[in-house]
Design a protein around this ligand. Sequence first.
Ligand SMILES: Cc1ncc(COP(=O)(O)O)c(C=O)c1O
Length: 398
Amino acid sequence: MTTDFTATRAMFHLPEGMIYLDGNSLGPLPRAAAERVARTVTEEWGEMLITGWNRAGWMDQPARIGDRIARLIGAPAGSVVMGDTLSIKVYQALASALELNPARRVVLSDTGNFPSDLYIAEGLLRTLGADYTLRTVAPEDVADAIDDTTAVLMLTEVDYRTGRRHDMAALTALAHEAGALTLWDLAHSAGAVPLDLVGAGADFAVGCTYKYLNSGPGGPAFIYVSEQLAGLARPALSGWLGHEAPFAFDPDYRPGRGIERMRVGTPPILQLAALEAALDVWDIADIQDVRAKSIELSEAFITAVEAACPTLTLASPREAHERGSQVSFHHPEGYAIMQALIARGVIGDFRAPGILRFGFTPLYIGLDEVLRAAEILAEVMAGDLWNRPEYKARARVT
Ligand SMILES: Cc1ncc(COP(=O)(O)O)c(C=O)c1O
């Protein structure tokens, strides 16, 4: 292992006394991001005003940062661009993929996919016509469900609830054999597990940056289109910054070169500044090391929790290679248990109906904290410390 995890940890601000096992939902603040955003506000926005688009390179930022993300997901430079939210990027990628497979009408997904992806697909298909359908099957049945009606196979690589991982290369190969295109959501994968989009032959991929890439709340999403398709895909969200020459203000739309056409409107410069600084940690961290360490932490947590908490059942695959970088346990009172943990400084999250979800992020979390979190969970369970009315009152965000 070449990554110095003490050095990576020093790059983050972590609140005193907190064990943060939720970097799979919202990554912590990289110290450099706070400085970079402050500088962008005062030196660029403050002093340069509109000239910042050229002088500070704001206009190139979505592609420049896209190239840095590309390195983390096994994609070539010039194949990834930043912008918008992940939900918007799902829409864009799915619309383009469907248009590239015009004889087919079925989008195939799984019941474990993130609801927003399914809602976005439903909304898009409704506008395309009554003959378009979204078919969802259980995650383990996806391979058998791919057939010659499938237009697009749309999956989230790591299941947000259970952490179950799909085999991207195998499913993409099956989809291609059947004449379908693939769209992969990497929200719970990018920055957590090694990825090889080119090797897997993925057609489209999208992901967010506020989880394992630590860009902060509301950080922009990314979109990848394979080299073969980037010049063919026609954006349904054909905004001016995806135009070949935005500043020609041509009334007719002409798609931009390659991945640039997937840009829509004005990029979020302050959030991109935070992301650009957050990505610096990958200059000293190797994703293979991060994966190896995350497996070590996850395995230690599962062993400790199963030994001490017999009423919690593992909701993630037992085999480490079948999981992403999170571990989930099931309990009917999962919400109250998580609130009791949060009150004791262990932050994870709850996903309905009964999932306690813990993310393992070796860039800033070590074995001692993971074992301490398991001990606190054991205390909460053994003493029924969760069984209090204030832990059962549901907040808006869980
Ligand atoms: C797998 C997955 N897809 C899509 C989304 C939606 O992302 P956004 O809110 O950025 O549109 C999320 C959000 O957590 C997610 O986990």
